[in-house]
Design a protein around this ligand. Structure first.
Ligand SMILES: O=C(O)CCC(=O)C(=O)O
Length: 267
């Protein structure tokens, strides 16, 4: 990307303030159409046959998922795991100059690390056999010194309510939510009157190919099923700052983190 385009993609103060206030930010058209096209090609070549490591819809046992890997639709991939190690093209995405630059402003540091331990995947949502992801904060997956991580969700096609886009609750990353408002699996309980007002403030994250959603690890989000006739493909990475480390011997510390700061220096 040339210096002129980089200037156009510089994060504005308004965008940075939006992220602080809402816990998420959409940056439109961050990924070029050319790179999107190459990514789709690479992903589709990894889906037929599905190249391991893969998480299947059946594995998550979420509403709508096939009951087992051996049931109808049981081989439907949900995540192509370990995206960073899979292919140079995915590494190019994770260290995309404007994306890393944006993260460094949002996270207040140029000392950024990419985690290989969760997300770090291509999310696919297939028509027919996709599941519904209930309301949660991603911090339920992570064990870090501080619950301050930021994920990027890169859309490679249109994402809307019809094909199961993310829904977010603006400002939820700033709330203190009592543990009793979540269920045993740390999903926000939709059966509690106490959560109804919060849930009524949800908004869909509608994206087009090349758009990137940045969201905080405490931002409540959910997603629907894909009721369209096409596969939805997105790439998800999570970052933390060097002064916020995974707790040793937890699943957040299994694979080494990848420093991203060199990329910031190169932009
Ligand atoms: O089903 C989806 O697309 C949402 C996935 C999600 O929220 C997550 O992996 O944290």
């Amino acid at each position: 990307m040339g210096a002129k385009n980089m200037g156009a993609k510089k994060l504005s103060d308004i965008e940075a303030e939006q992220f602080v206030r809402d816990g998420f930010l959409i940056r439109r058209g961050l990924i070029s159409a050319d790179l999107v096209g190459q990514l789709i090609e690479r992903i589709d070549a990894s889906l037929n046959p599905a190249l391991a490591p893969v998480e299947f819809e059946a594995d998550v046992h979420y509403p709508g998922a096939p009951s087992s890997r051996w049931a109808e639709g049981g081989q439907t991939p949900r995540r192509l795991l370990h995206a960073y190690g899979r292919d140079a093209l995915f590494r190019q995405c994770a260290s995309h100059a404007v994306l890393v630059d944006t993260l460094s402003v949002l996270m207040g540091s140029t000392d950024l690390m990419l985690s290989q331990n969760h997300h770090n995947c291509v999310m696919t949502k297939h028509p027919g056999h996709s599941s519904l992801t209930s309301w949660h904060q991603d911090i339920r997956y992570w064990r870090f010194d501080r619950p301050e991580l930021v994920s990027t969700w890169m859309a490679l096609g249109t994402e809307n309510v019809d094909n199961g886009c993310l829904l977010v609750i603006p400002g939820s990353h700033r709330l203190t939510i009592e543990p009793g408002r979540f269920d045993a699996a740390l999903f926000l309980r939709t059966d509690l009157e106490q959560n109804a007002e919060l849930l009524s403030t949800a908004v869909p994250v509608e994206l087009d190919a090349g758009d990137v959603l940045f969201f905080h690890s405490r931002t409540l989000h959910a997603a629907g099923q894909n009721s369209s006739s096409s596969i939805k493909r997105s790439i998800v990475f999570t970052y933390h700052t060097g002064d916020n480390q995974p707790i040793p011997q937890t699943r957040s510390a299994v694979f080494e983190d990848i420093p991203m700061s060199a990329n910031v220096a190169n932009t």
